[in-house]
Design a protein. Structure first.
Length: 724
């Protein structure tokens, strides 16, 4: 006889502690304090956005876990305005109202108790009865509370639909007083307009609001969601058949005519472009990416159509530069320098120790002497800083070079207002994604030359496209590949190891020099070793600062030795105490190493920028972060764009160099073990690289050169354009 399931029950209380949270899935284990119960209740389930201190209503069924005992398995969880004094104190102290932090919330509730929210609504002047609230502060708090009346109504409306407070604030910032109307009319707009709200959250809201599962509105949103997912994976387009099949799975519907009709509607509206690119299937582009690809191809066609000039005195001039700058250029370097004088489009690529920086210095000197000074740019602030230090010349991020305007959402430099320079040189070109490359080529003046420098064997850009590889494959550019490793660089085991890995060979692991391998097959043992390396062994032996100089680079976010778990472990090891802010399950402390995880054009901080927490305001819930020598303020609602950076993925580290890197390589990283990933990780180290893991995993990574091809058509467009 089958046992009857436990009946569903509802509990209301305060979140006392979050025991575990998985950022990728939202799976959470928390302890809930419930009135009338002597012990907190353990609640488990998918609960993204829940915070310690929040007051929630949970529905679910009780189950008996064989190891952890009785748990409530949550089917839904909603934040509610608390009724108890303790709950109100936590509610007010969570950063909901500017000017009220945890300490001020405690004083206000101590005075008014369970009537606190009523007092704030109807008699805000009574805040004068609270110690420490003067007339000016009282006015600000009252104004903020009253101005948020409509916002609170919207937040309750959203929370009733399962939206977390953090996401609710973000929705409010996007739509303001129109929030309720927008969500009622078309919840799927949230997935397209608000960062952090994916299709699944919007879909749940929509279905709970009564939108039919087989509606055209839902099918259109699902198709666009699947297409957007391909671009997040680096592709510029999806194949039509695969897109339709995946959308049917995501939407859990079996109505091919509906999906085809909705795909046609998206094309008619101009939101997507469906194009025959050869073969039995068709390419489906998000319209902005199609325009970016076609514009960039047209611009490169124009560059390639201009004949390369040759000058009789180039070799003599290059020789003079070598002599005067005390340089000794290899034949490949001389060829690159000479080509930069006359080529309209030039790519210089090579691995570590092959002299790309020396070549760039000589190129810039040659351009100066031939009255063609260059503008210097790079995709990230760190790469631009390195470029400037290496050349002794000013270099900027491409966003600054192109004068990005965050208010307008576009670039000030474009075809109508091009860059004022005969030559533009871009370093770390492997990091450039298609939209940024489109903006760069659009801003090139007529007759200008473009020089791209980078390592084609590194990981491709985080964003969509494979620009550097496509430019080389198109045949439109002059390409010089530097392969000779110079003697001084070749003395480094890091450099030799990187080149061996790139050739499909294991690095020489002799146990001395600047490259080490520590055998640890068990992930927990590897984690313990990494903590010891970063905190003690490397600083003691090499005199390096564990926070500023040592970077852990990981293949992926998940796992025992993934970025998320390592960050928590290293924070507890390197920065265990002191003032802190809690954002969801993330704790930020003074002195923490943190990373920006999405482009913020208003603050001019970019995805992958790393900084140190220098200030913390617990009352306002804000952080002051030093990034590249300048101070950036993060308000409470902006903290979701920050994460700890003691460990980060190899992809996020592109364009950066660190005095020391520690790289876990384990079989738990099976899906990400590729040659170019280990190669890229190793080339981020200047003085020291330590690989920690199993030899089997390292061997697999080195042997695996099956780099996943991205869906792009840029090379073919350029090639076709230059043939016509």
């Amino acid at each position: 006889m089958t046992a009857r399931p436990e009946p569903e029950q509802a509990l209301e209380g305060s979140v006392a502690r979050i025991v575990y949270h998985a950022a990728d899935s939202g799976y959470t284990v928390l302890r809930l304090e419930v009135a009338g119960r002597s012990e907190p209740v353990t609640v488990v389930g998918r609960m993204p956005g829940v915070r310690e201190g929040s007051h929630v209503r949970v529905t679910g069924r009780t189950r008996k876990h064989p190891r952890f005992g009785e748990q409530l398995e949550a089917a839904s969880i909603h934040e509610v305005v608390p009724a108890t004094a303790t709950g109100i104190e936590r509610y007010l102290g969570s950063g909901l109202v500017p000017g009220i932090g945890p300490e001020m919330a405690k004083r206000i509730v101590a005075r008014f108790g369970e009537r606190t929210l009523e007092i704030l609504d109807r008699e805000p002047g009574r805040l004068a009865e609270v110690t420490g609230i003067g007339p000016v502060r009282r006015g600000r708090i009252a104004e903020a509370w009253q101005s948020q009346r409509v916002m609170r109504e919207a937040m309750v409306f959203l929370q009733e639909r399962g939206v977390s407070p953090a996401l609710g604030v973000r929705i409010w910032k996007r739509y303001g007083e129109e929030t309720i109307g927008v969500v009622q009319q078309n919840p799927y707009r949230l997935a397209m307009d608000v960062w952090g709200i994916g299709f699944r959250i919007a879909d749940r809201i929509a279905l709970e609001s009564g939108i039919p599962k087989g509606s055209e509105l839902r099918a259109i949103a699902g198709l666009y969601h699947v297409l957007s997912g391909t671009t997040e994976d680096g592709h510029c387009f999806a194949l039509r058949e695969a897109l339709l099949e995946e959308a049917a799975k995501v939407l859990e519907i079996d109505d091919r005519p509906l999906l085809e009709r909705c795909l046609d509607a998206l094309a008619t509206d101009g939101r997507i472009v469906v194009e025959n690119i050869g073969g039995p299937d068709r390419a489906v582009y998000d319209a902005p990416l199609w325009h970016a690809e076609t514009r960039a191809a047209d611009k490169l066609r124009t560059l390639a159509a201009t004949a390369t000039q040759s000058f009789a005195d180039t070799d003599e001039l290059v020789a003079r530069i070598e002599l005067e700058l005390a340089l000794h250029l290899a034949p490949q370097q001389r060829a690159a320098v000479a080509a930069a004088r006359g080529a309209r489009l030039l790519v210089v690529t090579g691995g570590p120790g092959t002299g790309k920086t020396t070549t760039l210095r000589a190129i810039l000197e040659l351009l100066d002497r031939t009255h063609a000074p260059a503008l210097l740019g790079a995709p990230t602030g760190r790469a631009a800083k390195r470029m400037s230090e290496a050349t002794g010349r000013p270099a900027q991020t491409l966003h600054r070079l192109l004068e990005f305007d965050p208010r307008r959402g576009g670039f000030g430099r474009n075809a109508s207002a091009p860059l004022d320079a005969p030559v533009v040189c871009v370093d770390e070109a492997s990091m450039i994604d298609l939209p940024l490359f489109d903006a760069l080529t659009d801003a090139l003046p007529h007759g200008a030359r473009l020089v791209l420098l980078g390592d084609i064997d590194q990981l491709p850009s985080v964003g969509p496209g494979a620009v550097l590889g496509d430019v080389i494959a198109s045949g439109a550019a002059g390409v010089v590949r530097l392969t000779e490793v110079f003697r001084q660089a070749n003395e480094s085991q890091i450099v030799r190891g990187a080149h061996r890995i790139n050739a499909g060979l294991l690095p020489e692991l002799t146990g001395d020099g600047d490259l080490f391998f520590i055998e640890r097959s068990d992930p927990e043992a590897a984690l313990a070793t990494i903590r010891d390396l970063v905190a003690t062994r490397i600083p003691r032996r090499f005199g390096l600062d564990p926070t500023a100089d040592v970077q852990v680079l990981v293949p992926m976010h998940r796992g025992v030795c993934g970025a998320q778990n390592l960050n928590a472990a290293l924070q507890d090891t390197l920065n265990p105490g002191g003032p802190e802010l809690l954002r969801g399950t993330r704790r930020f402390r003074l002195g923490d190493r943190v990373m920006q995880i999405r482009n913020d054009y208003e603050r001019e901080v970019w995805n992958g920028d790393v900084g140190i927490v220098r200030g913390l305001d617990s009352e306002a819930g804000s952080l002051q972060v030093e990034i590249d020598g300048r101070s950036v303020i993060y308000e409470a609602t902006d903290l979701d764009t920050l994460q700890l950076a003691y460990a980060c993925t190899v992809h996020k580290a592109q364009g950066s160099e660190f005095p020391a890197v520690v790289v876990p390589i384990l079989t738990e990283h099976f899906l990400m073990l590729q040659r170019n990933l280990v190669y890229t990780a190793l080339t981020r180290a200047r003085r020291l690289a330590v690989l920690v893991g199993s030899r089997r995993a390292l061997e697999r990574a080195v042997k695996n050169d099956r780099i996943r091809q991205r869906n792009t058509h840029l090379a073919a467009r350029i090639e076709r354009a230059t043939e016509t």
